[in-house]
Ligand binder design. Sequence first.
Ligand SMILES: Cc1cc2nc3c(=O)[nH]c(=O)nc-3n(C[C@H](O)[C@H](O)[C@H](O)COP(=O)(O)OP(=O)(O)OC[C@H]3O[C@@H](n4cnc5c(N)ncnc54)[C@H](O)[C@@H]3O)c2cc1C
Length: 297
Amino acid sequence: MYDVIIIGGGPAGLNAAMILGRSRRRVAVFDSGEPRNRWARSMNGFLSSDGVNPGDFIKKGRAELEKYSVDLIDIKIESATYSKGQYVVNDANGKVYHAKKLLLATGLQDDLPELEGILPLYGKSIHHCPYCDGWESRDKAIAVYGKDRNGVGQALAMKNWSDDVTLYTDGTTKLTRADLEKLHNNRVKVNNAKITELEGTDGQLQFIVTDDGQKHPQEAMFFSTGTKQKSNLGQELGCEFTSSGVIRTRRLQQANIPGLYVAGDAARDMQLVIVAAAEGAKAGVAINMELQEEERE
Ligand SMILES: Cc1cc2nc3c(=O)[nH]c(=O)nc-3n(C[C@H](O)[C@H](O)[C@H](O)COP(=O)(O)OP(=O)(O)OC[C@H]3O[C@@H](n4cnc5c(N)ncnc54)[C@H](O)[C@@H]3O)c2cc1C
C-alpha cells in the first residue's frame, strides 16, 4: 500500500512527488509519457529554466527524485476507484495498486485546427500562448487563427508583441462591424480566405496558402481552439468540473472526494509549467498534512 499514488508525471505530478518524498512518504508516480508541451523545443517563462527543452526539464526532475522513496512507473492508468477510505488503481497491464490518497496530475490536451502542414510547425512557430512564446515571436509577421469571431481577442492581444498581426478567419465571415472597426483601429489586418495549407521548413512557418491561390508570408501563428482533459479518470471518480472543463478544486488542490487532489492543467487556474509545479507542491503539503492528522494518536 502506497501513502500516495500520483497519476501523471509532468511538472505538477513530479513536484508533488518531490514534496511527498521529502516528507518520507511512500509514493508511486504513474506516467504515460505524453506531457502537453512535448511538441515544443523550449519551455519559457520558468525562472531559472527559461528556454530549457521540456524533455530535459522532465528528465532532470525525475533524476532529482531518485534519492526519495518515489517509484516512477511508466505506464498508463486505466481506472481508479475510491472505496472504504482507499484508492485502487489499475494499470494498462491489469496490475492493481492501492493508496491512502490519490493525486490526479493528468493534464490537458489541445484541439488543433485541422490545417494541412500544421504538425511539423506546432510548438516551433505555431503556438497557443503568448506568455510562453510571444517573446520569441516579437516583431515578426504574426498570424492569428480563429474561425468566426474566435480569433478577435487573441489578434488584438498579439499587438503587444508585434505591429504586424493578421487575423485569418479560414473561410468564415462572422466578424461584426464592431469587431472589424476595433481590428482596423488597432491596425490588425484581416484575411477571410479559406486556408489550404501551411508551408514551412525545419519547424519555421513561411507561408499561409489560401484557396484563392495566394501565399501569404508569415513567421509565426497563434491559435486558441480549445482543450480537453487528457484522461477521463476525474470524470469516472465523480469530480466536479467547471464550465471550462477543468476539475474544480479548493485552495490546496482538494477535489470533492475525500483524499483526492488535482494539480496542474487538469485543475482550475492558469496553464503554465511553473503554476502546475506550484500546484503540485501545494497538493503535496496538503496531502502530507492530511496523513499526519490521520496518523496522530
Ligand atoms: C505546445 C505547447 C507549448 C507550451 N509552452 C509552454 C511554455 O513555454 N511555458 C509554460 O509555462 N507552459 C507552456 N505550455 C503549457 C504547459 O505544457 C502546461 O502548463 C504544463 O505541461 C502542465 O503540466 P501538468 O503536469 O499539469 O501536465 P502535463 O505536463 O501535460 O503532464 C501530464 C502527464 O500525465 C500523463 N497522463 C495523463 N493521463 C494519464 C494516465 N491515465 N495514466 C498515466 N499518465 C497519464 C501524461 O502522459 C503526461 O505525461 C505549453 C503547452 C503547449 C501545448
